[in-house]
Design a protein around this ligand. Structure first.
Ligand code: ZN
Ligand code: ZN
Length: 156
């Protein structure tokens, strides 16, 4: 049961990330997300999409970490196991997002082994995220999620 809670929280976070990216980051908090898109115009390949240093965009990580930390603290203090599993699901999503988005796609930390991991799903995922950074159409730009994306990216 608790593992199911963890999985649901993880999947729910993809929804949160998608909606937050679409409505908040490209909405009223665009000023925090802008620097994540600053290189888009002069990038043509995955390797051109390099980022260095911190971005204001990273503030979103802190905001996401807070509810997870609070849930985990309360969970451990009062033995609320469901809180621990929900908090762990959110944390796991955070690590996954960082790993996939910041290391595999944007190569902010250069760990050659991880930078070169490729499989059908990851290739499609990278295509889908790059479509948001370098949209060929307004449909491309609308790809705000990370782990879930339209099937068409598998064929490109
Ligand atoms: Zn964006
Ligand atoms: Zn990105």
């Amino acid at each position: 049961m608790n593992i199911i809670l963890l999985i649901i929280s993880f999947l729910f976070m993809e929804f949160i990330a998608w909606s937050n990216h679409k409505y908040v980051m490209h909405g009223f908090l665009w000023k925090w997300h802008k620097d994540h898109h600053i290189n888009d115009k002069n990038s043509f390949t995955v390797d051109d999409l390099e980022f260095s240093g911190f971005e204001k965009n990273d503030l979103f990580f802190l905001i996401y970490a807070l509810p997870a930390i609070i849930l985990l603290l309360i969970g451990f203090k009062y033995n609320f196991y469901s809180f621990i599993f929900i908090g762990s699901g959110i944390t796991l999503y955070g690590f996954t997002y960082f790993f996939v988005h910041d290391i595999i796609i944007h190569k902010r930390i250069k760990i050659r082994y991880f930078m070169n991991i490729r499989n059908r799903y990851l290739n499609a995922l990278i295509n889908a995220h790059l479509a948001h950074h370098r949209p060929k159409s307004s449909e491309d730009f609308k790809n705000f999620g990370l782990l879930l994306f339209p099937k068409r990216f598998f064929s490109e």
